[in-house]
Write a protein that binds this ligand. Sequence first.
Ligand code: FPP
Length: 247
Amino acid sequence: MKIFKNKYKSTKLVGIELPKHVAIIMDGNGRWAKKRKMPRSFGHRVGVEVLRSVITMSSNIGIKVLTLYAFSTENWARPEDEVGVLMNLLVEFLTKEIKELHENNINIRFMGDVEKFPKKCRDAIKDAIELTKDNTGLVVNIALNYGGRTELLRAFHNMMDDIQNGELQKADVTEDTISEYLYTKGLPDPDIIIRTSGEMRLSNFMLYQGSYAELYIPETLWPDFKEKEYEKALLEYASRKRRFGKI
Ligand code: FPP
């Protein structure tokens, strides 16, 4: 297993203000493969390698939460074989890497409706959650069958149920209460959302949590988003002045 073997050595990030929560829309695998006259699945496979290096680096430099958009509610519309490849890569990643992730104190979480996934995926997900649930290091939050609007709808339904059965009073509902009903309950909001491949859209990702996140959208396609690229994103974050709507 390769993960965590190469400790990140750059000193550029020492002493700078790092985000607590980095959220990434990993985009451009298909285009990357097409440029090389390779099948899209090859792009996804290389994409997993990059994902591994981003997890390693995040853990090594002390990021608290890393959210990764791996499969959206819209991705079901892709050809069946591509959906299958993505599911297989997920199971492969979770089964092959889980031991090392666990040894490195990583806490794996998921957000989205995974009930629609095949049993082998659900089992791998359950095992990963169970094994790493008490870990106190980097939280790796993987978005699967996730959509921001559906997440909000689910939150409002659950909240209305709780109001109806008397567990919650309407007058007590605040912005923080809404956060408590989202998949990210207990996690800080993302400080930065990175979307690779230059697409200037949020694509239904973390609509509530991302309200004040810095956006970073490099042209780089996800399979090329190596450590240097991630470092550039973090340096850019540190150079921005966050005002949260104030002056
Ligand atoms: C976007 O590229 C990428 C995805 C839809 C999937 C991302 C998934 C992985 C990197 C691997 C599987 C996940 C895990 C957690 C092991 P695209 O296909 O939309 O690229 P394009 O826009 O160039 O077509």
